[in-house]
Write a protein that binds this ligand. Structure first.
Ligand code: G6P
Length: 461
């Protein structure tokens, strides 16, 4: 099997252990690379005065990481700018928050060229290249310009917006065109795939046969394949000593009350304000349940240099204060709102101690927290997953209690339903969910994508 070269903005060190506080995607990619072997290339997360293109290597179990520092100006225009002030809000259907600045688009292109130039010497003719996510749409095209004729795939981990939203982006055409440099492009759901296809057909005039798109003699194949977690590993993690300890700590501090848990990066796409309002509604409508439950919301801050993230943080500070101010008593706080991240094994114990997992993003490419919550449950007495219909994971996790995250009433009703749900129903739903999560795990995702990449017709120019 030929080597895999994975390229993404964030790279997890190969030595990452379960005690690290890592995002779901980084953990999933490192599990996938450990199986396939190869190189993982991307930004080191470090900032230097001037871009040098100097690579740092780290060798570990199964794969090597190669990272490069970026200069401050690059980070402002590429990461904080185009990636997170332009594309992220637009692709999560928030054109009201998207900022369209030529300098961001220029910086994004420049960084992609720099990354292509830096990665090029690492690539051998037989390697398969797999580029990840919205930070790097043009990277494939830049590698092609530098003579890479390798099989090359791209995977988008966030939603793809409908064409009517995409056309608000001044560079919509260029962005769509860059995807024709790849042999295969992947999305988590059929919905995102069809939005992309529609955009390419409507905006560029590409032709589609449902599985492939063609434009000016180039053909790209599309695949919908939802990412999974390393389910076996996560289930084992939930039984580890640190997870057992955090489970006991949570149960002790709950003093017999039911815990509802949410774990999300502090991001407006996660629907945290709407979730708090839904919970507030539940407290209003169910006075008998007050003091019987509490919501633990873990929300580590993210992308703090971007103003919209500062605003959502302030809004949530206000809202959590209001809810606690209105309902707390000397012996009960309805909402524990925590702005820090926790190691994965500690989280596994917290998930297991929670009667309800509340995962209500307004839009989400997939959402791995939903899967981790399920994998951590006690099979004899599992909790209930409440999941947004607008998370990509809802296409697979149909036995969750599905809600419209914009509706405080639906969130309130779902909490009430989940708290009353008899054990047999909880077990039946959990078994169906867990079966899916164990079967369609991260390795299943990896094999589906790489085998599709292996069978596409290799590029001829
Ligand atoms: C999402 C994106 C990832 C990103 C992660 C964390 O899952 O799809 O590409 O790495 O969020 O965001 P950050 O900006 O901290 O890398």
């Amino acid at each position: 099997m030929s080597r895999l070269i994975v390229i993404s903005n964030r790279v997890a060190a190969p030595t990452t252990s379960h005690s690290g506080a890592q995002g779901g995607l980084a953990v999933a990619l490192s599990s996938a690379l450990q199986e396939a072997g190869g190189i993982w290339f991307g930004w080191s997360g470090e900032v230097t005065e001037e871009f040098t293109g100097q690579l740092s290597f780290q060798r570990g179990e199964g794969y090597t990481t190669a990272t490069v520092d970026l200069e401050e100006h690059d980070v402002e225009e590429y990461y904080d700018g185009y990636a997170n002030r332009t594309l992220w809000p637009l692709f999560h259907y928030r054109i009201d928050l998207a900022e369209y600045e030529r300098s961001f688009a220029g910086g994004y292109q420049r960084v992609n060229e720099r990354l292509a130039e830096t990665a090029r010497p690492l690539i051998e003719p037989e390697d398969r290249i797999w580029i990840q996510d919205y930070h790097m749409f043009p990277l494939g095209e830049e590698l092609r310009k530098r003579g890479c004729r390798n099989r090359m795939g791209f995977f988008l981990h966030i939603p793809w917006p409908p064409p009517r939203l995409l056309t608000t982006l001044p560079e919509a055409r260029e962005l769509l065109e860059t995807l024709f440099a790849y042999d295969l492009v992947g999305f988590h759901t059929e919905e995102w795939l069809r939005s992309f296809e529609e955009g390419a057909v409507n905006i560029l005039g590409a032709t589609s046969d449902g599985e492939t798109l063609s434009l000016n003699g180039r053909t790209v194949r599309m695949i919908a394949s939802p990412i999974g977690i390393d389910a076996e590993d996560f289930t084992a993690l939930a039984a580890s000593p640190r997870a057992r300890l955090s489970f006991r700590q949570m149960r002790d501090s709950a003093v017999g009350r039911d815990m509802i848990v949410g774990v999300d990066r502090l991001d407006y796409s996660k629907g945290l304000e709407e979730r708090f309002l839904g919970y507030e509604r539940f407290l209003q409508e169910h006075p008998e349940e007050r003091k019987e439950v509490f919501l633990l919301q873990i929300a580590p801050p993210s992308r703090a240099a971007v103003e919209t993230y500062q605003k959502i943080r302030t809004a949530l500070d206000g809202l959590s204060g209001r809810i606690n101010g209105a309902y707390a008593d000397i012996d009960w706080v309805p909402l524990r709102y925590v702005n820090q991240g926790y190691p994965r094994d500690v989280l596994a114990g917290i998930y297991r101690a929670a009667r309800i997992g509340l995962v209500t993003p307004l839009r989400d490419g997939l959402n791995l927290v939903a899967k981790e919550y399920v994998a951590a449950q006690d099979p004899e007495d599992p909790g209930v997953l409440i999941l947004s219909r607008f998370a990509g994971a809802a296409e697979q996790l149909t036995e969750a209690v599905l809600v419209n995250p914009y509706s405080a009433e639906e969130i309130s009703d779902a909490i009430a339903l989940a708290l009353k749900m008899p054990r047999e129903e909880r077990v039946a739903r959990w078994q169906a969910l867990n079966e899916n999560i164990q079967r369609e795990d991260v390795f299943w995702w990896l094999r589906r994508f790489t085998s599709a990449l292996d069978t596409v017709e290799a590029m001829v120019d």
